[in-house]
Write a protein that binds this ligand. Structure first.
Ligand code: DCP
Ligand code: MG
Length: 457
């Protein structure tokens, strides 16, 4: 293990909820819950004010509403979160070419790879400046952990939350880990945790004392050995930079979970066509077709099928994606579908798949926009809580609630003071859906001014 705390782990604080509070001034300092608002929805995340009431990620929404009846309940706005994530990842890439994103709001950075930091002092300075730059660029806070390994950097950022920085000095790792619950270590989920508890092991120190042989007996060779090494704070896993595009994929998140199986099939075919268009635009073909399905409860599945050779034939990709869909249970509804092609080759082999049975025409985009049940009356607009809207007279706002033919809108923007509420008919022609506004009015031209005093570890 390296002897300087030059692995940085960044994790944004209450990411979706903080982005919502930054967007909607009236919600700052208030309990905010973001997630699926349907009858079977789950919480994606909650603001710290809502967490104080017991609400947390993955909790059924109905339970959250009982715990926090007065919180604001909002649908996620992924396009905004993606835009903020890109700003954050850009700042990380300025620190080092070795950046390993783990999700939209979380990444490891190897500061030693670029010479950005070589000891505790320079690592801390970098972390402090990064936090300030993130705040300037995005208006949001992120917590930073610094340590000599990935495992400890992640534990450090967790301890830094919210809005802090923790640096674990090399040499202090084992003392710090010892009293922590075994669940702190990567790879210890609820099942392993229970298993270990029945064997009388609840802390990391007890794991280390049990010894490697005992852990291998309890958990099997690979898991037992890995866990023993982690308990001794030995973690040599390198930070792996995102590689060049190894696949081409497209996905869609649906405003309302899709339950209807024929409609899901239609969406998958449409995504397959879009994916092939991208593939062709890049002059690529690929061998492995991947289907991604995120279900109503945020559980995400991927299924893949590898062909005998690379293809860029829409009919082949469409058929493979449909076959993959057959193996996925979509009861309860899906909130996201994606189709990708990997195993890329930078050439196409015409007619390699001339055997593709049906060469159906590509599904036209309009076929999807049209409702499955054709209604004569225009369908009244469906306003969802949290969604951005624009009113011809009152400007930009967001849907606070909707029902019995009315929609309530609060007119405010990230830079305005808390705004006023007005109610309209859901069919009001002056009201239309809008794109999220940036959280920070203008991107800063220069990096942040001199960093403030380092946060206490
Ligand atoms: N997320 C989700 N479903 C989950 C967990 C998380 O949709 N079960 C989303 C919402 C989160 C984001 O991913 O805002 C980042 O996840 P984190 O685990 O980092 O949680 P937060 O950033 O919300 O909070 P914390 O301050 O604890 O990092
Ligand atoms: Mg986070």
């Amino acid at each position: 293990m390296r002897n300087a705390p030059t692995i940085l782990h960044l994790d944004m604080d209450a990411f979706y909820a903080s982005a919502e509070q930054a967007s909607k001034p009236s919600l700052r300092g208030k309990a905010v819950v973001v997630g699926g608002l349907g009858p079977r929805g789950v919480v994606a995340t909650a603001s710290y004010e809502a967490r104080a009431l017991g609400v947390h990620s993955a909790m059924p929404m109905a339970q959250a509403r009982r715990l926090a009846p007065n919180a604001a309940y909002l649908v996620p706005r992924f396009s905004l979160y993606r835009a903020v994530s890109e700003q954050v990842m850009t700042l990380l890439r300025e620190l080092s070419p070795l950046v390993e994103p783990l999700s939209l709001d979380e990444a490891f950075v190897d500061l030693a790879a670029s010479g950005t930091a070589e000891d505790a002092e320079s690592a801390r300075r970098t972390g402090v400046r990064l936090r300030a730059d993130i705040r300037t660029a995005t208006g949001l806070t992120g917590s930073v952990g610094l340590a000599a390994s990935k495992m400890l950097a992640k534990i450090a950022s967790e301890r830094a939350k919210p809005d802090g920085l923790v640096l674990i000095e090399p040499g202090t790792e084992r003392a710090l880990l010892g009293p922590l619950p075994v669940r702190t270590l990567p790879g210890v989920g609820p099942a392993t945790g229970d298993h270990l508890r029945r064997a009388g092991i609840t802390t990391v120190e007890e794991l280390a004392e049990a010894g490697e042989d005992e852990l291998v007996r309890l958990l099997g060779k690979a898991h037992g050995q890995a866990l023993y090494a982690m308990a001794l704070a030995r973690d040599e896993r390198p930070v792996v930079a995102e590689r060049e595009a190894k696949s081409v994929s497209v996905e869609d998140t649906y405003d309302v979970d899709i339950h209807d199986r024929p409609r899901i099939g239609l969406e998958v075919r449409r995504l397959a066509d879009r994916c092939v268009r991208r593939l062709r635009e890049a002059g690529l073909s690929g061998r492995t077709i991947v289907l991604k399905v995120r279900r109503y409860d945020f559980s995400t599945l991927t299924r893949s099928e590898t062909l005998r050779g690379p293809t860029d034939d829409p009919a082949v990709v469409r058929e493979a994606a449909e076959r993959l869909l057959e193996s996925v249970d979509t009861t309860g509804g899906v909130r996201l579908l994606g189709v990708g092609v990997s195993g890329l080759a930078d050439y196409t082999q015409e007619d390699l798949f001339a055997q593709a049975s049906s060469r159906a025409e590509p599904v036209p985009e309009e076929a999807v926009a049209a409702p499955v049940v054709v209604a004569r009356e225009p369908v009244p607009p469906h306003w969802r809580a949290g969604q951005d809207v624009r009113h011809a007279e009152h400007g930009h706002g967001w849907v606070q609630g909707s029902g019995v033919g009315r929609v309530t809108v609060r007119f405010e923007t990230p830079q305005s003071p808390p705004g006023r509420i007005r109610t309209f008919l859901v069919t009001d022609p002056a009201l239309e859906p809008a794109e999220p506004l940036p959280l920070v009015a203008t991107a800063p031209a220069a990096p942040s001014p001199a960093p403030g005093p380092p946060a206490a570890p």
